[in-house]
Write a protein that binds this ligand. Structure first.
Ligand SMILES: [Mn+2]
Length: 625
């Protein structure tokens, strides 16, 4: 009995001490909490219970009450998706877990860093915006969200954004004018307090455990930019549909983004469906990136407007400057894909896209930008602003070449070759441009000869290939010029895609040399001596090699102004008409025989003075390709 009571006393004493210890801890923790609240941090630590309270307190009904769809209205007119259906669906609806089942067995570090979530918006429907924010709050561990920064890009109603700051962790920044997605994101990133940035679109729904896999990857490798698999929220029904996780981002030469199926090879290599997928490009709307890496790499090109093309710029930059882009299959975020933009581009949708992609091509694509221009000819004349600082950035970061990117990151992007080219003849009236090998010459010379076509096929030495890279070639030789001055002779030289002197384009019926903006024309050389004298005075020693060595009368092909026409060298009818004109302009052009008085210095003056503007003559070359 005695023994038993002693045991009991001991147990009671032990219990007492444990209880006292627990009480002490609790007391201390209670002390700590109020202290933390008094600290001047903007986002307070919130317990799960308080969190739920805040969510409940949010007056969802009154928030959603404004700007609601009204019966009789077109539910697509404001947002280009079915507004009525979106409003019918609760803000905290359950979503199907679309991940591969193996994802649920993965474990992530318990000490993952928290992130600042940046969501940019412009006149977003309140229902979709709220669902974006609520899905984040509902499906993300509290401690991983440092803050949610909404950047309101000058929406009509400031309250769309402002009222949401009643939700836990939500902040709102409002632009005082429309800046576009790119500058808004940079503003959000600059305001972010956390070391990791998460960018989201304003009409998303994040799915179960979406964030830890992304944070884990960026924590392991801060130079990695991690994207979720983007599930599809149907724009008509708002049904949440799983996207294939065998996709990655790709594009064509017009810089048009597209989803691409992984190659069979790559799929076979992927033993583990939870493994990250390297992607040449990200869709751009949703990704996680280390903040100091984002800053070091030059954030975004803030001279880009509104929307579009920025995903190419950041993708090329990340890969070429030492980082990587990955899609993390175990992270899923739904996005409302629309067929058109519901908002206005102040300079027009196409113009903005062209300006943004042209800036990207000019800064990042090196000689391969030619393929961009070929695929998007409208981009050629469009202004794209000053790119100096972005070029400097590329230099200072010592980024790799676009060729490296193509070889190592996106070898699947086919570099266009002759199979994409057109072929045909280049004609001036009844004559065709012809290559001719003369005795003792290494390279063929160009001349004009009557067109020879048998069964619709031009004779080999009159057939030219116009390549995707805007070269005009025969075998491995391309049309080039000795100098970019007028009267410069047109030559055939070994093709070199990065040589700007080898690029030509059709301009009306003319064949224009792109670097000089002069057109191909012909002139008659009375004899070889005459023309060689003339050409060597152009100051280019290379000319001598390519002179037309012929004792017969012949034509040589030269560059001449596309507007100011030197038809006088070609057609007698034109000569007499134009001579009078030239006479009046320049007194020295008086001779009946043009070859006698032809001097480069005077013709140069004529073509650069810009004062004579003859209508284009019919005698220019036409490309029939
Ligand atoms: Mn979107």
């Amino acid at each position: 009995m005695k023994r038993l009571s002693r045991k009991l006393t001991l147990a009671a004493a032990a219990l007492f001490w444990v209880a006292a210890f627990l009480y002490f801890i609790l007391l201390n923790s209670r002390k700590i909490l109020p202290d933390q609240r008094n600290e001047p941090v903007q986002v307070k630590e919130i317990s799960e219970a308080e969190w739920d309270e805040l969510l409940e307190e949010f007056e969802e009904k009154s928030y959603l009450g404004a700007h609601r769809w009204k019966p009789g209205e077109d539910p697509y007119s404001l947002y280009a998706f079915n507004q009525r259906e979106s409003e019918r669906i609760p803000s905290n609806r359950a979503l199907k877990d679309t991940r591969h089942y193996r994802c649920t067995t993965l474990h992530y570090d318990p000490d993952l860093p928290s992130t600042s979530i940046v969501i940019t918006l412009h006149n977003e429907a309140r229902s979709t915006l709220l669902r974006t924010v609520r899905s984040v709050l509902n499906r993300t561990p509290v401690h991983l969200i440092h803050e949610i920064i909404l950047v309101d890009d000058f929406s009509e109603d400031p309250n769309d954004c402002l009222l949401l700051t009643k939700l836990p962790k939500v902040k709102c920044l409002r632009n005082t004018q429309r800046e576009g997605l790119i500058r808004s994101r940079v503003r959000g990133a600059d305001a972010a307090e956390s070391g990791i940035l998460t960018f989201l679109d304003s009409h998303c729904e994040v799915n179960k455990d979406w964030l830890p896999p992304l944070l884990q990857r960026v924590k392991e490798d801060p130079s990695c930019v991690a994207s979720p698999v983007i599930d599809i929220i149907n724009m008509d029904t708002f049904a949440y549909v799983a996207a294939s996780s065998d996709l990655r981002g790709g594009f064509d030469w017009s810089l048009h983004f597209k989803w691409e199926q992984l190659s069979t090879e790559k799929r076979a290599k992927r033993a583990d469906p939870t493994e990250p997928i390297k992607t040449p490009i990200i869709a751009g709307g949703l990704f996680v990136m280390d903040r100091s890496w984002f800053n070091r790499l030059g954030k975004y090109d803030t001279a880009m407007d509104i929307w579009g093309g920025e995903n190419f710029e950041i993708s090329f930059r990340v890969w070429m400057c030492g980082g990587s882009l990955e899609i993390i299959p175990c992270s899923r975020v739904g996005h409302v894909f629309r067929k058109k933009h519901p908002y206005i581009f102040p300079e027009g949708n196409a113009n903005t896209y062209i300006k943004n992609t042209r800036r990207t091509a000019e800064v990042w694509m090196d000689e391969f930008k030619l393929f961009y221009y070929s695929a998007r000819p409208a981009a050629r004349g469009k202004s794209y602003g000053d790119i100096h600082s972005r070029q400097e950035l590329r230099k200072s970061l010592k980024c790799k070449s676009f060729k490296w990117y193509l070889d190592n990151v996106y070898p699947e992007l086919k570099v266009p070759d002759d199979s994409d080219a057109k072929s045909g003849m280049i004609r001036q009236r009844q004559n065709c441009l012809e290559s001719r090998i003369l005795g003792g010459e290494e390279l063929p010379v160009l001349t004009l000869a009557p067109c020879v076509i048998t069964k619709d096929v031009p004779e080999a030495n009159q057939e030219w290939i116009y390549t995707y890279g805007q070269q005009i070639r025969q075998k491995n030789l391309c049309l080039s010029v000795s100098t970019t001055f007028p009267a410069s002779q047109i030559l055939m030289v070994p093709c070199n895609i990065s040589d700007g002197k080898q690029r030509w384009q059709k301009s009306g019926t003319h064949l224009e040399h792109m670097a000089s903006r002069f057109c191909v024309d012909s002139e008659m050389a009375l004899d070889g001596i005459e023309s060689s004298k003339m050409l060597s005075s152009a100051g280019d020693k290379e000319n001598v090699k390519h002179k037309l060595v012929s004792s017969r009368k012949g034509y040589i092909c030269v560059l001449l102004s596309c507007k100011v026409h030197a038809a006088c060298f070609f057609s007698t009818a034109q000569v007499s008409r134009n001579l009078d004109h030239i006479d009046r302009e320049i007194g020295s052009w008086t001779s009946k025989n043009l070859q006698d008085t032809f001097r480069l210095d005077s013709i140069h003056k004529l073509f650069t003075s810009g004062s004579i503007d003859f209508p284009p003559m019919q005698s220019t070359f036409e490309m029939h390709l």
